[in-house]
Structure formats: C-alpha cells, structure tokens
Design a protein around this ligand. Structure first.
Ligand code: ADP
Ligand code: MG
Length: 332
C-alpha cells in the first residue's frame, strides 16, 4: 500500500452459503479521487462496500483502509470512514438536528463543538433552515442530503455512498452530484460510490470499476473504458471531394460519404486522430467546415463486455411505470 492509496482490496471473496456475492476482486482507491462501482442489481456492489466499512467479514482476501486491515482493526477503519446506506436510515420522528446530534454523540462528539459542526454541515447541504423540522416532512432529496451531512460529522477521510441518488428526481440528483463534487474539490474528500446509473458514474467518477456477477470486468477512467471498444465515430463536413478525402485517411477503420460533402469515419480514438485529419485536409487543400465526434456510451461498453445492456436511469423509470398493473377502465 502506498501513501497515496486509501483503500486496497486484494482478491476479495464473499460467499453467502452457496451464493458468491463477490468473486475475487482487487482494486485500489487513491486519496482524493471519486471511485465508482458501477453495475446492475445483484452485481455485488453493496456487499463490497459493507466489507470495506467493516459491516461484513470477507470470506477470503484482504482489505485495507489507510494502513488498517478491516478484520484486524475495525475500530480504526470506522474512524476513517463515513457511510450513507442504500436504504434510508434516518429517524423520521426526530428533527434533522437531532438525527445529527445522536450520530455525533455516538462518535464521542459533544457540547459546543458538536453543535457548531451540526450547523455547519446542515448549512453545507442547504438544510440549515430546516434544522428543527421533523424528518418525516422532508423530500427524498432532503433526506439524502441530511444523511450525507450526518456521515461527515466525525470528519472521515473516506466517504462511502451506496446508490446516492436512487429514486430521486433529476433536480435532486443534480444537487447531490454538486455536493459530491464540492466535497472532492473543496474538502479533498475521497469518495467511493456505488451506482447502477451510467450517467452518474460518467458524471462524477475519476475512475470506474464495472462490476457484474461479483467480478470487476473492467476498470479505468471513462475515457479508458470507452477506448476499449475502439469505436469512435468522427463526422466531418467538407469543402471539397469527400470521397477522395476518405481515401487519404488510411488510419480509419471505416470511412464513407453520408451525404452532401459529409463523411463518417470510424477510428479507435478520435482525439488522437483529429490533428492528423486537419493536417491532411490542409495539405490537400480541402476545407473542413464542421467537425464532431461521438464516443461509445458506457452502455455500449457494458454491452460489449457482457452481451447485456445496463439500462439508463430514465429508461428504468419508464420500465417500472410499464410494469405497474393497468387500472381497469371504469365502464360508463
Ligand atoms: N445477506 C445476504 N444473504 C444472502 N445473499 C445475499 C446477502 N446480501 C447480498 N446477497 C446476494 O449477493 C448478491 C450481491 O448483492 P449486492 O451486494 O446487494 O449487489 P448490488 O449492491 O450490486 O445490487 C446478490 O445475489 C444478493 O442476492
Ligand atoms: Mg446495492
């Protein structure tokens, strides 16, 4: 383990009787990064973070947080981490303040120091004016923000968020994303999050581990994951002979004319070839009027790796709606 690593997971396995929830995964998280475990339901994400958070014991393999082994020094590990669970864990009958207060006392905070921390954190998540309202009146987004504030009370070095925006509306999701970014940027927080939303992983994470059936099937930056497919498409609108130009782009895996002076070419890495394309245009005296490119989506990456789709959030909502039983029409 090097000083810039805060989490090291080595050959981690977790079995529940004959179910292999985590099947021999290894990864490290660097200080100050946002690391996402991305995968469908049942992939083993929650089990993995529960082991990191010392709530479950590994069947085999080793996990370190800081320099501490989660099975040998669980108390030291707990001091270093804050966690927001997938399922809500607030007391609805209590106020926001009191939910924070009890948590603070559990961590040995008290008095003026605790009070000031609570108010500062409630302010951070824009809930100061609701400090003395009962949580049962809060929206889903407000609850999530309160849970994040609460998890920060004991000043952890690593914040673990299990599906931080599950079930939230787009505005609330965007707000949670803002706090996560702020925590990284302004407070140097290391964040480990799990999600089954590709847009969330893409939006937030410095590095993503794609999990499926208990295994990590790919790990890297969004750019690296997309580059695995080698399928960037570049669109060019030219002033000049498009067909001739295509012939000159020998590095393209495919190139064809798709209309009025417009070409579409397939390359393994668009940013790498764009300067080359401009150079060739210049030497051949062909003007480029418009250029754009698209990289594969993370869904396409997942499809490539597993042969299945990992659905986008919006699709998922609609499929849930579709699954609702239709109410029988009242006959007139
Ligand atoms: N306490 C448990 N007992 C038995 N099986 C479990 C338990 N927790 C999780 N599992 C199983 O382990 C697998 C991974 O679950 P989980 O870690 O919750 O996945 P994810 O968070 O990616 O949806 C699933 O098949 C799940 O049913
Ligand atoms: Mg989960």
């Amino acid at each position: 383990m090097t000083v810039d690593e805060i989490v090291v997971v080595e050959n981690l396995v977790k079995k529940f009787k004959d179910i292999v929830a985590v099947d021999g995964i290894s990864f490290t998280i660097k200080r100050g990064e946002i690391f996402a475990l991305l995968g469908p339901n049942g992939a083993g994400k929650t089990t993995t973070i529960h082991i990191i958070a010392t709530l479950l014991r590994p069947t085999s393999g080793r996990v370190f947080v800081g320099k501490y082994d989660v099975t040998k020094d669980p108390n030291k590990v707990r001091e270093k981490i804050g966690i927001v669970f997938q399922d809500p864990s607030l007391d609805n009958q209590l106020t926001a303040y009191d939910n924070m207060y009890i948590h603070g006392r559990l961590y040995g905070l008290r008095g003026r120091e605790l009070h000031e921390k609570i108010m500062k954190l409630l302010e951070f998540v824009d809930l100061k004016e609701y400090a003395h309202k009962q949580v049962r009146y809060f929206s889903g987004g407000m609850r999530r923000r309160l849970e994040i504030a609460r998890s920060l009370l004991h000043e952890p070095e690593l914040l673990i968020l299990d599906e931080p925006t599950i079930g939230l509306d787009p505005q609330s999701r965007a707000k949670i994303w803002d706090y996560i970014r702020m925590l990284k940027k302004e407070h140097d927080m290391t964040i480990l999050l799990t999600t089954h939303y590709m847009d969330e992983a893409e939006e937030l994470a410095d590095r993503i581990a794609i999990m499926d059936h208990g295994k990590i099937i790919a790990l890297g930056t969004v750019e690296q994951l997309k580059a695995m497919l080698g399928k960037d498409v570049i669109y060019l609108t030219l002033e000049g002979n498009a067909k001739e130009f295509c012939k000159k782009l020998i590095f393209a895996k495919d190139c064809h004319v798709i209309g009025n002076n417009r070409i579409e070419l397939l390359v393994d890495n668009a940013p790498r070839y764009l300067p080359e394309i401009f150079k060739i245009a210049l030497t051949n005296n062909i003007g480029i009027r418009e250029v754009s490119y698209r990289r594969p989506t993370l869904n396409e990456v997942f499809l490539h790796l597993t042969g299945r789709e990992l659905r986008e959030s919006s699709e998922e909502t609609s499929s849930i709606i579709q699954r609702l039983p239709l109410r029988r029409r009242r006959s007139r």
